[in-house]
Design a binder for this molecule. Structure first.
Ligand SMILES: [Zn+2]
Length: 97
């Protein structure tokens, strides 16, 4: 995901709802923003301002974290939760018997 480059247009099209971040041109309808993904509704300008604020905060956190001693700051983070790998019930019954 290219998160570094966010132009003003995209900030106004991006859902500022926490944990969503869905970006689509149809999200914005004039002065009103409505996320096509999560249904979040907000004033479009305020939504854009929120995104700029969030971006600023993230950059700040990033610069605070990336100290010379921590080399893993720029490592790509790709966490995938793979549910269904562990069958708790089956494992448990086998262990108890
Ligand atoms: Zn959303």
């Amino acid at each position: 995901m290219a998160v570094e480059q966010v132009d003003p247009d995209h900030t106004s099209q991006r859902c500022s709802h926490t944990d969503c971040g869905f970006t689509h041109e149809d999200n914005r309808n004039g002065e009103q923003f409505r996320c096509l993904k999560c249904g979040y509704e907000i004033n479009a300008d305020y939504n854009g301002a929120k995104n700029v604020g969030l971006r600023y905060m993230r950059k700040r956190q990033h610069s605070l974290r990336s100290s010379p001693t921590s080399g893993s700051a720029d490592a790509p983070v790709d966490v995938r939760v793979n549910g269904g790998m562990l069958n708790g019930d089956g494992y448990r019954s086998t262990a108890e018997s």
